[in-house]
Ligand binder design. Structure first.
Ligand code: ZN
Length: 142
């Protein structure tokens, strides 16, 4: 179900997340500094380690896992909306290991960048707002 009409692109930020930076927190800081509440996020690059989560649909809890190894960011894809008036980036990441196998999940803080090229596409129009969803126990778009 589409709950909002397609919006127009207002502007696109491109830039680099620097060596040793925390990928999630750095993106969040860029969004906050520029007051971006309605956007999509794309990134490629490499990490020195990654902290990601998988949502257990039975227990309704995130299960976190830290991978202390060098990996390629094959795709990081996310959106930006608000939750309780706060800017809320939601990013999923697919990572490539040295043996070319893949892992992925919901991006958390404590993912350290080796190199990263970031693109943030800002939309005009109304910002999606998150609210608690009884079925999933997640804060989803209205
Ligand atoms: Zn997620």
């Amino acid at each position: 179900m589409i709950s909002k009409k397609i919006q127009s692109v207002q502007e696109v930020f491109t830039g680099r997340v620097g060596f040793d930076q925390d990928l999630f927190l750095n993106i969040k800081e860029i969004l906050e500094t520029n007051s971006i509440t309605n956007a999509s996020i794309k990134a490629i690059g490499a990490v020195q380690c990654a902290n990601i989560a998988w949502y257990n649909q039975q227990t309704k809890e995130y299960e976190e896992k830290f991978f202390d190894e060098e990996m390629e960011i094959l795709t990081a894809l996310g959106n930006v909306s608000t939750k309780d008036g706060e800017i809320f980036p939601h990013i999923h990441i697919t990572l490539g290991k040295r043996d070319f196998s893949l892992i992925g999940g919901h991006l958390l803080p404590n993912t350290k960048v080796f190199a990263c090229e970031l693109e943030i596409t800002v939309f005009d129009g109304a910002t999606q707002q998150r609210s608690f969803d009884e079925d999933t126990k997640l804060f989803l778009w209205k």
